[in-house]
Every structure is written in structure tokens, then in C-alpha cells.
Ligand binder design. Structure first.
Ligand code: SAM
Length: 318
């Protein structure tokens, strides 16, 4: 049964910093590419009126339902869209738009998604290993654990989880599913991970299952591919002097954002020593945050989830 929107909760992270960087103002048109419960969107919409508009995208039905209920008072100024932000250019086209004044990406999953047993993101408790943000995606984490080879699993754990014990954990998973049963519950997987990591190593670096759960989630939802496409399109559709703000919660995402911003803000990329530029590359972005912004201690005391947040912002050049 679909959860009711009253139960949806998620405290928006670094809301003041988001507003400061995005600069919403009456009449502007902005996109919240990760609508979630609509917390950031609400604060942005309040500053876009009168005359402005916000297109809010999410691939998760629960989030859309919750945000629609929360933001209904904004009437036609709020346009909710079920979709993936990797298609943000074609999404705004459906509203007759080619450009927007601002874009927000607040990546990852919401507290609600993380804590809802039915969604299977958490390594605490015992839940079915679903992990799809978009419930219409074809493959769950349980499917990957059943069907992928040891080599493929190792690759995912290494690339998306930066897990030192990737190969050993993949071996234990394959052995378990061959000798016992398919792995479909979080408790089964956590136990297998614990069994595969030597006791001394298990005591370091947080919960031993954290990196494997992160890796599976990234793989199930193609998170890094989506982010790359979303950023490329987002930068492309920004109006001159428009702003893009991204909040990342883990280093793989943050590195990707930093790289994309740097590439888009660079001019000539010809090899050194070439007398005349041949690439004709022109910078399209000005980076506003040379170093990422972090949540202030006051926010962290109320919302520990903000601890890993890194905010980067940039402005489109004319
Ligand atoms: C951290 S939450 C956003 C919370 C929101 N800023 C708020 O204030 O409530 C991230 C949201 O982005 C959505 N999401 C993640 N990747 C997405 C993608 N590629 N396309 C669309 N939505 C995505 C998730 O479903 C989730 O609801």
C-alpha cells in the first residue's frame, strides 16, 4: 500500500545557503530537480511569487504525492513532474521553455525513503532489498544480488562503494546463494558482509554494510550516470546569470559535480605549448563556491543527516 503523504518527512538541508546561492526572486522560473517532500521548493516558491514558477521533478511517487499536498497552495506556480532529472531539458520543453533562471539538485534519498521499511534502502532492521527510487525500474537490489556474477558484484562494490573487501564480500555472496538461498533481505546481506570482513577491519570505519548498501543503491538507480546527464543538461538550459546549486552526500557524487563545474568554467583546453588555440572552448560557468559549503553546527545539532552534505554552486556566464 502506498504510504500516505502525512507520514512523509524530510528536513531540507542547508536551506539558507540554497536560497543565498540560487537567488530566487519574483518572476523567475526555476527547477527543483529533486523535489522530495518539497521543503526546498516551498522556500523557493515563496520568493518566486508573484509571477514566477517552479517545476519540481522527482522519480518517486511517494515524494510527488507528499510535495503536491504541501505545495498545493501555490496553485499554477508549482508544476510537479514525475520524471528523471537526466531528462531535464525535455521536461522543461513540455512547458514551452528552453531556459530557466535556476536549478537545484539535492541528491540521494530522503529521510522518508531511507527509513521506510518497504523501500529497502536501510541496513538496519530486516527488509526486502528493493532500493529503487523509481518504483517502475525493472531491477531491485535483490535482483542484482541474485543474477550478477562474482566479477560484476566486485566491480560494483569497488566502484560505487570504494569497498576494500569488495572481492571477498562478492565471493561470500555467490557462495551463500549457491549453497543456501537467494539473498532478498537486508538482514541476510548484513550478516554475509559481517562474515566476510575480518573482525579487526569490521571495527573500523562505521557500519560494515554501509558501503555495500551505497554501492547497490547507486547501481540500481544508475545514480552517477543520471547525475552526469542531469548536470550537463542543467548547465545547458541555464539562462545567462542563472544559478545551479548541487548538494551531494557522498564523495563520488561530489567529485563528479566538482569536475563538471571545473570543465564548464574552463576556457581553452589545448595542450600547453600550442601557439594558437585550436579547441575554441569557451567557459560557460563561473564557480561561486571555490570550496564546498558545509552545514553550520546549529543545523547539524538538529539534523545529523546534514553532516555529509557538500554544497557547490555556479553561475552561467552571458
Ligand atoms: C534528498 S531528497 C530531496 C529532498 C528535498 N530537497 C526536500 O526538501 O524535501 C532527494 C530526492 O531526489 C529524488 N531523486 C534522486 N535521483 C533522482 C533523479 N535522477 N531524478 C529525479 N528524482 C531523483 C529522490 O527520489 C528523492 O525524493
Amino acid at each position: 500500500m502506498a504510504p500516505r503523504h502525512e507520514k512523509y518527512y524530510h528536513a531540507p538541508v542547508m536551506p539558507e545557503e540554497v536560497l543565498e546561492c540560487l537567488k530566487p526572486a519574483p518572476g523567475k522560473i526555476m527547477v527543483d530537480a529533486t523535489l522530495g517532500g518539497g521543503g526546498h521548493s516551498e522556500a523557493i516558491l515563496e520568493r518566486l511569487l508573484p509571477g514566477g514558477k517552479l517545476i519540481g521533478i522527482d522519480q518517486d511517487d511517494d515524494a510527488l504525492r507528499a510535495a503536491q499536498a504541501r505545495l498545493s497552495r501555490f496553485g499554477e506556480a508549482f508544476k510537479p513532474v514525475k520524471g528523471n532529472f537526466r531528462h531535464v531539458a525535455s521536461i522543461i520543453k513540455e512547458f514551452g521553455l528552453k531556459n530557466v533562471d535556476g536549478l537545484l539538485f539535492d541528491l540521494g534519498v530522503s529521510s522518508y525513503q531511507l527509513d521506510s521499511p518497504g523501500r529497502g534502502f536501510s541496513y538496519r532492521g530486516d527488509v526486502f532489498l528493493d532500493m529503487r527510487m523509481d518504483q517502475s525500474l525493472p531491477l531491485t537490489a535483490a535482483d542484482l544480488l541474485r543474477d550478477l556474477s562474482k566479477r560484476q558484484l566486485t566491480g560494483i562494490f569497488r566502484k560505487y562503494g570504494e569497498e576494500k573487501w569488495a572481492a571477498r564480500i562478492a565471493s561470500f555472496i555467490v557462495e551463500y546463494r549457491q549453497k543456501k538461498e537467494p539473498i532478498s533481505r537486508s538482514k541476510q546481506l548484513v550478516q554475509i558482509i559481517k562474515n566476510s570482513i575480518p573482525a579487526a577491519a569490521r571495527r573500523r570505519g562505521g557500519h560494515p554494510a554501509k558501503r555495500i548498501f551505497q554501492a547497490l543503491r547507486i547501481a540500481v538507480n544508475s545514480e552517477l550516470e543520471n547525475l552526469k546527464k542531469g548536470l550537463e543538461q542543467g548547465i545547458d538550459i541555464l539562462q545567462a546569470r542563472g544559478r545551479i546549486v548541487v548538494i551531494a552526500y557522498q564523495s563520488l557524487e561530489d567529485v563528479l559535480v566538482k569536475k563538471q563545474f571545473r570543465e564548464s568554467s574552463r576556457g581553452c583546453i589545448c595542450p600547453p605549448g600550442i601557439p594558437v588555440c585550436r579547441c575554441n572552448n569557451v567557459p560557460v560557468l563561473k564557480i561561486l563556491t571555490r570550496k564546498p559549503l558545509y552545514a553550520a553546527p546549529k543545523e547539524l545539532s538538529k539534523n545529523p543527516r546534514a553532516k555529509s552534505a557538500r554544497l557547490r554552486a555556479a553561475e552561467k556566464l552571458a
